[in-house]
Each structure stands twice: as C-alpha cells, then as structure tokens.
Design a protein around this ligand. Structure first.
Ligand SMILES: [Zn+2]
Length: 79
C-alpha cells in the first residue's frame, strides 16, 4: 500500500491512484484531468478550501494549516 505523496491519503484500491494507475504515487484528488500531478499552488488552494469547509477556519488560518500539513509530505519537501 502507498500513501499519496501530495496529500498523504492512503491508497488502498487501484482506483484511488491517479487514473487508476498503481505506478503513480499520487491519488485521484491530486491529479489534474489529464492525469498529471497538481502543482503546489493548486494543491494548496484546494486544501485551503477543504479546511475552510470542514473546519470552519478563516482563509488565512486555513491556508497556514494547509501549508503545515503539506510541509511534511514527500512531494513538497524543501518548500
Ligand atoms: Zn493525494
């Protein structure tokens, strides 16, 4: 089993990998429609929106939280 390198989600089933391709290290939620991985900015924006929706934080706090979460993930090391 792999965890998505961009959001940390465990990928338990082939269809949770981008395009159902288990050789890809990122999940369907981190893939663009063409199957390539989203950029840091794209992922940060979508995670910020997700946190606002699920935790009710204001945008600035949610963005900071998203940056903290992403900073430990392999895809964004060194940012
Ligand atoms: Zn992901």
């Amino acid at each position: 089993m792999k965890n998505c390198i961009a959001c940390g989600m465990p990928m338990l089933k082939p269809e949770q990998h981008a395009q159902g391709d288990t050789s890809k290290d990122y999940c369907v939620h981190c893939a663009r429609p063409d199957g390539t991985m989203q950029s840091y900015e794209e992922k940060l924006a979508s995670m910020t929106q997700f946190i606002i929706k699920t935790q009710g934080l204001d945008e600035e706090t949610a963005r900071q939280t998203a940056q903290d979460l992403m900073s430990v993930l392999p895809a964004w090391q060194g940012r």
